[in-house]
Ligand binder design. Structure first.
Ligand code: AMP
Length: 253
């Protein structure tokens, strides 16, 4: 069996008594691959995660997107998260952990997840490990997108996101063909409220203080792959897919 591939009991994984979902029998086993995209705000995690999910069939789970969706729906979680996001602060660990662990119980996560923006603290990393271990699963690979600090601010401040499909553009590096209009679906582009220069700088400071230690944490586990995130988007994608290839090989009979 290729490195990093294990059998996971998808039955226990996807079943919740309250869910109106198909119950997969415990005897039904599948290969599961879990990947974390690690990197500072503006490194390109969201852009790459979407493409990687399409190319690998893994499910993209982005903590920031979940908070923004909760906010659009006007839930308590969304309102709580907004107060932290607007200041560029991290939402408290217990709130993020609960939200992510609930999300990965959904059936679409049964054969593997690309985590984007989570974990961001050691506490979150440990909680994820424990939850996955409960299901005979683990983190197989961590892809660390390395981008120098001076490039990051421009990337964040120039970022535009489609309201309809979530596609990401950048007015400096990757502009849409028609200003303010999404190339993919024709939806309207907007700038995230936490992408102003001041908030972006604070988000970077928070990243260096709280999330950077995770690089060493995963390095020690031997699962960290550093990817040069400065290159063209397509080249970065290829480098990531290459790093992931040992974990994505088809299961042996
Ligand atoms: P992102 O879209 O990943 O840049 O996240 C936007 C904002 O959501 C962050 O600046 C935080 O306020 C919050 N957030 C997202 N993920 C996490 C996390 N794992 N832990 C704490 N806060 C988070």
């Amino acid at each position: 069996m290729p490195v990093g591939q294990r059998l996971c009991e998808t039955g226990r994984w996807s079943y919740r008594a309250t869910d109106n979902v198909r119950f997969l029998k415990l005897s039904e086993r599948r290969v599961m691959t879990n990947v974390i995209l690690l990197g500072p705000p503006g490194a390109g995690k969201g852009t790459q995660a979407k493409t990687l999910a399409d190319r690998t069939g893994l499910t993209h789970v982005a903590s920031g997107d979940l908070f923004r969706a909760a906010l659009r729906e006007g839930t308590e979680l969304g309102m709580l998260a907004k107060s932290y996001m607007d200041r560029g602060e991290l939402v408290p660990d217990e709130v993020v952990i609960r939200m992510i662990l609930e999300r990965i119980q959904q059936p679409d996560c049964a054969s593997g997840v690309i985590f984007d923006g989570f974990p961001r603290t050691q506490e979150q990393a440990r909680a994820l490990e424990v939850a996955l271990a409960d299901h005979n699963a683990r983190i197989d690979a961590v892809l660390f997108l390395a981008v120098p600090q001076d490039v990051l601010l421009r990337r964040i401040a120039g970022r535009q996101t489609c309201r309809t499909c979530g596609a990401i553009f950048n007015i400096y590096y990757f502009p849409s063909h028609r200003p303010g209009i999404c190339d993919a679906c024709g939806g309207k582009l907007y700038q995230r409220s936490d992408d102003s220069i001041e908030t972006a700088q604070h988000r970077l400071d928070v990243y260096f203080a709280q999330t950077m230690p995770l690089i060493e944490y995963y390095q020690r586990q031997g699962i960290l792959h550093e990817i040069d995130g400065q290159r063209e988007i397509a080249l970065v994608t290829e480098a990531m897919l290459k790093a992931l290839s040992p974990y994505l090989a088809p299961a042996q009979p």
